[in-house]
Design a protein around this ligand. Structure first.
Ligand code: ZN
Ligand code: ZN
Length: 354
């Protein structure tokens, strides 16, 4: 088997991209990689940066900009501004922790394998398709302009897949049953980013693998595998952008961008709106990093400064998604309801027909 693999890899014209490389390396140190799979934005350096930005916002805005448990802006002192007791002791924030723990325990069972396999298959298919259409790799020389383009296209590709999955999760009832767990958060803390049902993880990971590996395949073909993305101090530009945005957008302090910039990039405050249950906020701002796809598909909503954003799934349904247990079994109960309701409707129709 190994011999076959090396023959394939050594055969002329075969281009190996980073995802195939990742697959080969991961099979040997699966658990090591899984253990190191702790989100970057929860490392102390990232959290410290967030607190620093929080202090800066407090100072610039004279104590305004932090939101209460109800999602309303209020003026307060520095400590309450940065670490409000009623948010961090809220049941919702505690449930975030247990959902995160469960998801992380189950993650090694699928994460690395799924990410590497789907990524490698997509990448190799992309390379194969290009070879079929255009022949062998042109083996172009990489330079900073190409690296920037590669970085930008990866960002746009990932954001498009993220948007598509997110949109489908909001619109398709069977998937909303899963994604609702993220939206049942009644307060926002940096950990809320990882408040997901454990079955949502593989969907997001598969999407990310596809989003990254299509441009990886295209650029590996063009440059015969000899191109990398632009990094700043060894960190990918994309990781920087999304890491920062991802943590701060689940922070109770509203961080707005100027309106013109919000038309291009999702400001953290735009995600406050995404978590609001008010009808005008529902199903808006669904991309991860840019605002481009929300603009194209008409889901962009740029909130006013400190707009009221009550978080959660609304008073009517919130009672069903409060505890850890409710949020863990909730999707299964919803799916069961969907199936039985459909069967009941079908039986009724059959009765009318006869
Ligand atoms: Zn959502
Ligand atoms: Zn969110």
């Amino acid at each position: 088997m190994a011999d076959n693999d090396s023959q394939i890899a050594d055969s002329p014209g075969e281009v190996l991209g980073p995802f195939t490389d990742v697959l080969q390396r991961f099979t040997s140190n699966f658990w090591e990689v899984a253990a190191a799979n702790v989100p970057k934005d929860l490392h102390w350096k990232s959290l410290l940066l967030m607190v620093f930005l929080g202090v800066l916002l407090f100072w610039i805005r004279g104590g305004h900009g932090a939101k209460t448990v109800q999602g309303a802006e209020h003026k307060c002192g520095l400590l309450e501004y940065l670490l409000p007791r009623d948010i961090y002791t809220h049941l919702s924030a505690r449930v975030d922790i247990w959902l995160y723990v469960l998801e992380r325990i189950l993650r090694p069972l699928w994460a690395v394998g799924l990410f590497a396999t789907i990524g490698a298959i997509t990448e190799q298919s992309t390379i194969g398709l290009l070879q079929n259409v255009f022949g062998g790799t042109p083996a172009m020389e990489s330079n900073i302009a190409w690296m920037l383009l590669y970085t930008l296209l990866t960002l746009l590709s990932y954001d498009f897949i993220f948007y598509s999955i997110h949109y489908t999760m909001h619109k398709l009832p069977a998937l909303w049953a899963l994604h609702k767990i993220h939206h049942s958060a009644e307060v926002l803390t940096p950990l809320t980013r990882y408040r997901e049902h454990f079955l949502s993880g593989p969907i997001w990971a598969a999407g990310a693998a596809i989003g990254y590996s299509i441009p990886a395949g295209v650029f590996a073909y063009m440059f015969d595998g000899g191109i990398t993305q632009v990094t700043v101090m060894n960190v990918g530009v994309f990781t920087l952008l999304f890491g920062f945005n991802g943590a701060f957008r689940h922070y109770h302090v509203a961080f707005h961008y100027p309106r013109w910039l919000s038309k291009w990039l999702q400001s953290p405050a735009m995600h406050h709106t995404h978590h609001s249950y008010l009808p005008q906020h529902w199903d808006t701002n669904m991309a991860a990093v840019t605002s481009i796809y929300d603009r194209i598909f008409g889901t962009l909503y740029i909130p006013e400064k400190d707009e009221f954003t009550p978080w959660g799934i609304g008073p009517e349904k919130q009672g069903e998604h409060r505890t850890f247990w409710q949020n863990t079994v909730g999707p299964f109960r919803d799916w069961y309801r969907m199936l039985t309701t459909r069967n009941n409707t079908k039986t009724q129709t059959d009765t009318f027909n006869t």
